[in-house]
Design a binder for this molecule. Structure first.
Ligand code: NAD
Ligand code: IPM
Ligand code: MN
Length: 355
């Protein structure tokens, strides 16, 4: 039987608090379903590591984690000590780019029993996927600062859209839409204002749509799209967006389901040439770190996505069902969802519900 090797990187802040709960639930589900997981733990990609070594990761980080079957990640960033762009470009964004994880897959689902901040919404009304381009677009290293510290100082940062990069994320999103009952895809654009890259994005969407005649598709400019997430979340099935638009939509979507604390994600290299990274959508949350109140569901659900990705669908599904049963009970939910369970109690509850 295959043993999966998982690289575990807790990172900073609540990343360190939710990770043990994610591992607890993964271990429980693996045992119940006869899946063999081996965890290797790494302390890099954190402020602690940076403080000791003057860099976010060791020079040979790729050798250390590049051969694992998957990477399970907490969160990184400690802005009081190190600028976010330094810590993020020194770790998470490196994973995404160097491991060519061009798909960032982020489900948005209103769970049974969870109070919805939007009026009159029930489970089923909000159930879609954000498919975010994850290696190019607005997150580019093309640009710079000229004439620093003078009156002539200026900065630029170019959006990069390659034909390969745009087409491959659109293909993934259309395929996902095709596999779903509603077969509906929405594209996030801003081609009225961003006059070169966004019209190009639209053009590639139109070309890709021709290859998927069974998929109904539409597009919205990002401004009204955010409004429609709030007013009409039931309109969406698969939403595809550039790196920045996908980032924004994947906090807004989960917020519409009660909290960003439950949102999971997979940074996926679909070809399997490199390991994929599974992590909650949220960050290190310095404002609540150290209090033991962080919602561990985002991390736990990310573990389920990781099992799915490894092909262990039954075990993955058992975790998602355990999450649903846990969230249905107010007393088992964390504070962000109106409950009074702490991080550990919530994680243990999910582990107990796995079958
Ligand atoms: P954040 O997601 O860390 O927190 C935003 C708000 O949501 C905070 O009020 C926080 O308390 C709350 N929150 C987040 N996760 C929660 C959880 N599991 N349970 C309960 N409440 C939760 O975003 P931010 O404040 O913009 O960023 C903080 C740091 O994290 C920064 O350094 C940022 O760059 C980094 N960050 C990292 C990642 C990542 O590692 N993938 C993602 C986002 C932000
Ligand atoms: C996310 C985060 C990151 C992103 C930040 C921390 C660079 O917000 O994973 O959504 O923008 O991709
Ligand atoms: Mn984000």
């Amino acid at each position: 039987k295959k043993q999966y090797r998982i690289a575990v990187i807790p990172g900073d802040g609540i990343g360190k608090e939710v990770m043990p709960e994610g591992l607890r639930v993964l271990e429980t589900a693996a045992k119940k379903h006869g899946v063999s997981l081996h965890f290797d733990h790494f302390d890099f990609s954190s402020w602690d590591y940076y403080e000791k070594h003057g860099q976010m990761m060791p020079g040979d980080w790729k050798e250390k984690i590049g051969k694992h079957d998957a990477i399970y990640f907490g969160a990184v960033g400690w802005p009081a000590k190190i600028p976010d762009h330094v810590s993020l470009w020194g770790s998470l964004i490196k994973f995404r780019r160097e491991f060519d994880q061009y798909v960032n897959l982020r489900p948005v689902r209103l769970m049974p029993g969870v109070p919805c901040p939007l009026a009159n919404r029930k489970p089923g009304d909000i159930d879609f996927w954000v498919v975010r381009e994850n290696t190019e677009g607005e997150y580019s290293s093309v640009g710079g600062r000229m004439f620093p510290d003078t009156d002539r100082e200026f900065v630029t940062q170019q959006t990069v859209m390659t034909r390969t990069g745009v087409d491959r994320i659109l293909k993934f999103a259309f395929e996902l839409a095709q596999s779903r009952p509603k077969k509906h895809l929405t594209s996030a654009t801003k081609s009225n204002g961003i006059s070169i890259t966004m019209p190009y994005w639209d053009e590639r969407v139109e070309a890709m749509a021709k290859k998927f005649p069974g998929v109904k598709w539409d597009k919205y400019h990002i401004d009204i799209l955010t409004a429609n997430f709030v007013l009409h979340p039931d309109w969406f099935d698969v939403v595809v967006g550039s790196n920045l638009f996908g980032d924004i939509l994947s906090d807004l979507g989960p917020a519409c389901t009660g909290t960003i604390g439950i949102a999971p994600s997979g940074n996926i290299n679909p070809e399997g040439d490199f390991p994929s990274v599974f992590e909650p959508v949220h960050g290190s949350a310095p404002d609540i770190a150290g209090q033991g109140i962080a919602n561990p569901i985002g991390a736990i659900w990310s573990g389920a996505m990781m099992l799915d990705h490894l092909g262990e669908k039954v075990a993955g599904k058992s975790i998602v069902e355990a999450i649903e049963r846990t969230l249905a009970e107010r007393t088992l939910r964390t504070k962000d969802l109106g409950g009074n369970a702490d991080t550990t109690a919530c994680g243990k509850a999910v582990a107990d519900m796995v079958d």
